[in-house]
Design a protein around this ligand. Structure first.
Ligand SMILES: N[C@@H](CCC(=O)N[C@@H](CS)C(=O)NCC(=O)O)C(=O)O
Length: 202
């Protein structure tokens, strides 16, 4: 059975939980107390020297980075409906969109969400937060061109991108940015997916 080192508030860990539910893979969760800085102590640093969750344990094999974990499990299990297309250029375009999801949406989303949720207002970095909101706004305008035609981000079906975005778009209303209707509707659709509901409680 797989083990997943995780914390209940960790957006990146939630991606892997959603994926595991989506694929109905059995696993146990190993709680890492980020709030008690357990992730910065030696035992966990031997598991991931970067001190971050999620980490997947498959036998003796350890793997961190949420999207690398999902990719590993996809390649290992060879499902009949793979999340990564066989066609080289389609797969390349999906990988491009994964990188844009990380840098243009999820990272700036984390900056705003983390500040608003865990940092007292007097310690906020307003310029950094404003720049992050702007970056998110530009990204949402770009993805509007996909979502005003299609229901989902890639190949018009729920897939890898929705799994990666889900724990972040859950907080999109906190981003102080204009969200096109097509994106609002996509967020609602994603939040209704069984695996997403199970993990996020939406
Ligand atoms: N790029 C990593 C990011 C992982 C990450 O930032 N995890 C956060 C929790 S959501 C963490 O463990 N933070 C603890 C720390 O940085 O001290 C991934 O995709 O898994």
């Amino acid at each position: 059975m797989y083990s997943l080192y995780s914390h209940p508030n960790s957006t990146y860990s939630k991606r892997v939980h959603i994926y595991m539910k989506y694929r109905k893979l059995e696993y146990e969760t190993i709680h890492v107390a980020l709030d008690k800085l357990e992730n910065r102590k030696k035992p966990f640093l031997q598991i991931n020297p970067y001190g971050k969750v999620p980490v997947l344990k498959d036998g003796e094999f350890l793997l961190s980075e949420s999207s690398a974990i999902i990719r590993y499990l996809e390649e290992k299990h060879q499902f009949s409906n793979p999340l990564f297309p066989h066609d080289l250029q389609k797969r390349a375009l999906l990988n491009q969109m994964v990188n844009q999801c990380e840098s243009e949406y999820c990272f700036p989303n984390s900056v705003v969400y983390f500040s608003k949720k865990f940092v007292p207002e007097e310690k906020w970095e307003p310029k950094r937060m404003k720049d992050s909101s702007k970056r998110i706004g530009r990204h949402l305008e770009i993805v509007d061109s996909i979502l005003s035609k299609d229901q989902y981000m890639f190949a018009n079906q729920f897939g890898l991108l929705e799994i990666l975005y889900a724990p972040f778009i859950e907080h999109n209303q906190m981003m102080d940015t204009n969200t096109p209707d097509s994106v609002e509707n996509w967020i609602k659709r994603v939040m209704e997916e069984r695996a997403v509901k199970d993990v996020l409680g939406t």
